[in-house]
Write a protein that binds this ligand. Sequence first.
Ligand code: PEP
Length: 247
Amino acid sequence: MARRKLVVGNWKMNGLRAHLPQIAAIGEEAAAYPSVETGLCVPATLITMANEVKGAAFIGGQDCHAKGNGAHTGCLAADMLKEAGATWVIVGHSERRADQGETDSDVAGKALAAHAQGLKVILCVGESLEIRDSGEALSFVLAQLEASLPEGAASDWLSIAYEPVWCIGTGRIPTMDQIADMHGSIRNALVQRIGDDGNAMRILYGGSVNAANAAEVFAVADVDGGLVGGASLKVESFGPIIAAAAA
Ligand code: PEP
């Protein structure tokens, strides 16, 4: 099944007004490769400003709360992201699972809250190095997927990002065989869970994607694009990744 490639930058806790020209340049690059859906998930403080310069890129947030409002100091509800101008949001990033103790059921709740506001969702899963070394990566990730994927998940609003924790920001990536194995297993699990629409759901790879390895990674079966951290901060490094997805 043909799936449009999706390349999304995760700016994490990086980005001030001074970085808007980079967003504008990335938006221009996105326009040059219309076969690829390109976006940037920026800090919430930048969403409104980023929207003004985003060109052909979409702007997303990096997390939302599962509840609509209330006593949750420092948190953001999905409708707040939407009002600021976000059209997408990442949920379940491993840094939030580790730093904020987010559970699989929290992640499923966040995805549903985002969907209820019309936001598209990138739901992250991935194993630690300890789990990879123990030989349990496949079963761990499939269990995480099963428990994090909300009821009613569908390919027109939700994509999966497989992000091995040991590859995030480390410069390491799995072998292409390991990526193919994991993405193929996630694909099978999606089809089992949601039926044929599982074949249409995009599965991104994330973890140290860069200009040098993007083409090889994106050529792997069932890799439908990438979630990119460090290399998405500058058009010089992100542009070639978008181009690789278009090739
Ligand atoms: C990420 O944090 O989602 C990520 C993939 O980071 P990096 O590309 O820097 O490894």
